[in-house]
Design a protein around this ligand. Sequence first.
Ligand SMILES: [Zn+2]
Length: 503
Amino acid sequence: MTISKSLALSMFVSLNLLLNTSLTAQNIKSKNLKKGQPNTSMATYEKYIDDNADAHLKEFFELISIPSISSIPSHKPDIEKAAVWIVNKLKAIGITTAQAIATDGNPVVYASWDNAPGKPTVLIYGHYDVQPVKESEWVHSPFVPILEDGKIFGRGASDDKSGVMTTIWALEALLHRDGKLPVNVKFMFDGEEEIGSPHFKNFIIHNKELLKADFALNADGSQFGDTLPSITLGLRGIAQLEFNVKTANVDAHSGQFGGKTPNAVVAMSQIIASFFTKEGNVAVEGFYDKVLPATLQEKEMIKKLDYDSTIDMKILGTTTDVGDRTYSPLERVWYRPTLEVIGMQGGYTAAEGFSNIIPANAMARVACRLVSNQSGKEIIDLIVKHINKNCPPGATVSYKYIDSYARPMQFPTDSKAYQYVADVLTKIYGKPPLQIAAGFTVGPMIDIKEQLGLFTYSLGMEQADERWHASNEYFRLSSMRKGQLLYCYYLLHLANEESKLKK
Ligand SMILES: [Zn+2]
């Protein structure tokens, strides 16, 4: 493995920094110590981070190379291997409490360093499970990571093994230099985020005391761009439904019975077509009743972002945007609800052979991204009512309810918790963060709020063009360093600010 130009460059720069600032760091240290303020000079942490960049990259490769795919049962041993790997890494840096706590599904890796009595406690969330891969679409093998042009390619490199490792390395730098942390820190790394964290709520309910904290951070977070810090203040919720259309007990011969026999796939298509208006809105009655319009501030923020939806179209390979054009594309993704058909099957579709049948059955799955005051259960009830009303003659529908709703979430900006994250991003990026939202859902954020009363602010280094969930996912090498600095500074800053309040 060659050290990339940018890595060499950053090492040179920080070395330079170190040489020029060490003396002052010493003075600052003594001055702060005199005032009892924790030392927030970053130079020595930077030195540790740069001196260990190679070793950390090697570790990162090790973790990425474990195919911890939570949606494929045969990868369960890899899930456990990744959990054990992280536990061992945490123990190696001195966090001896690290353990993989069993759930009814995949284990949650938990660890705590709580040797700072009287100091606040921060709970850091991340996940070590990853999305499946379509191997043939990857340029490099998804589980044989490679560094190319400042990018680390591999499944989960960005989403979210970057969050797991940059937070651990940050604590490593602090513990290495100071032998202690400025505040108490707890980790909980989810092993099922990519399948909707079905056992996470129970994990929290059964471990409330263990997870008690004053602040919470989501390392599975993103920045708007390389030089554009951002805090995610809105997440959409989700509700899903599977339904089956039946028109007969058996598939019929299309010649013998065609012209008088109902077709389940046609009936399904009619039902699905009835979900939408020609403008691209959802035609289910009552679907938008509880939707609140985006606030002026949110609309202003969208205007400020030079968002170009053609970039997403290039990434995806789509040729046009769809949806209600009275709202901007970003407003549609962040603040408007959707109904997506996420899967559908019926008739003879095997790769081999052809069958002239009139299908008796068809199945479809829909998922709704929810916003503001929409409730998943209510929305699914409205859709079922709509399907029953629009079911063509000769067809009957049965439903499979998927009982894992995630409600939409908004994060306040008038809190200390928000301010500390904003301060840190302003410090590291040299400009205040953009206040953005996200169209996706992170179920555990709701569980943490409901069970532990904490808003988990996003503080992660992923970027939207790093192909999360898609082929050829990568993470920027430069973000490895910045992520560590971000977390080092956050913990130091939090200790500082909270100790000021105690005075
Ligand atoms: Zn993720």
